[in-house]
Design a protein around this ligand. Structure first.
Ligand code: ZN
Ligand code: ZN
Length: 282
């Protein structure tokens, strides 16, 4: 089953590529389902930070929704979904809840890119987060923030559960999840208890740290914790890297013991075997 449930295009401040261009690329590469998961927040060059504006975000998602409705009939072999990647920041949750209520999303990803006001995955201030912390503080505080996001819970799937290792490996060497086992198991148990899912994000395969988010060890823990909802996405921001790391992500999922992957439609999920092939569309 060739699905890509994490991708950005021109409707994210940090993305490029028209909607049609992304669909063309997906079809050329033999994908059967794609979900646009653009950021709800947008980058303000004046403020040098991401800002969240309900009206602006809603309009942007609705614009893309109309494009998808227009394009879908042209691509009978490809199902095109409208998703969103919501950034958890405590001060944003009310606005995000209002957005979730007002847009007909197929899938919502929940993400942590900012911990205690500091970027952990991109931007010039990443060094500030890591320089002042040892590894247990840098990773531990990030996982605590993911835990807070799970308590909030207005989304379907946790994106890139261990994203903090992208830069963490540059400061502390290869990421070893074992010192954080009890914390990570707690997160995975909460994912299950709250009826949420986990994403395998393959952007890390081709960039730092040369493995998916999360990697094999945490995926095995997820399997043990009986996480049953699992999506895969390449987190591409330009059509040319649409497929980045996808094969490795699928192999890693299977090595961890997963045999099914989850598909979404209007936030309703169903699992299909990883090897599943959709019926021919008439
Ligand atoms: Zn993200
Ligand atoms: Zn993303």
């Amino acid at each position: 089953m060739r699905v890509n449930y994490h991708l950005h295009n021109q409707y994210s401040s940090d993305g490029r590529g028209g909607t049609e261009e992304v669909c063309e690329t997906a079809v050329e590469l033999g994908f059967e389902e794609i979900c646009f998961t653009n950021h709800a927040e947008s980058l303000s060059y004046e403020r040098g930070d991401w800002v969240l504006d309900l009206v602006e975000a809603r309009q942007r998602f609705e614009h893309l929704q109309h494009e998808i409705e227009r394009l879908q009939p042209r691509y009978p072999e490809l199902r095109i979904l409208l998703g969103g990647e919501l950034e958890y920041r405590p001060e944003w949750v009310e606005t995000l809840d209002a957005l979730v209520d007002s847009v007909d999303f197929d899938l919502i990803l929940g993400s942590v890119h900012v911990v205690d006001g500091q970027q952990i995955s991109a931007g010039g201030s990443v060094a500030e987060y890591f320089k002042k912390r040892d590894s247990s503080d840098a990773y531990g505080r990030y996982f605590e923030t993911v835990d807070e996001m799970l308590d909030w819970g207005s989304f379907d799937v946790v994106a890139h559960l261990d994203l903090v290792k992208r830069f963490g490996v540059k400061y502390y060497g290869p990421f070893d999840p074992y010192p954080f086992t009890s914390q990570i198991r707690g997160l995975l148990e909460k994912v299950v208890a709250k009826g949420l899912g986990l994403e395998v994000n393959t952007s890390g395969v081709v960039q730092s740290p040369a493995e998916p988010f999360p990697g094999l060890d945490i995926l095995r823990m997820a399997r043990e914790a009986r996480v049953a909802t699992v999506t895969i996405g390449t987190d591409t921001h330009v059509p040319s890297s649409f497929e980045q790391g996808w094969e490795v992500g699928m192999q890693t999922l299977q090595r961890a013991g997963f045999s099914e992957i989850t598909l979404f439609s209007h936030r309703i999920r169903r699992n299909v075997p990883i090897a599943w092939e959709p019926e021919e569309v008439e």
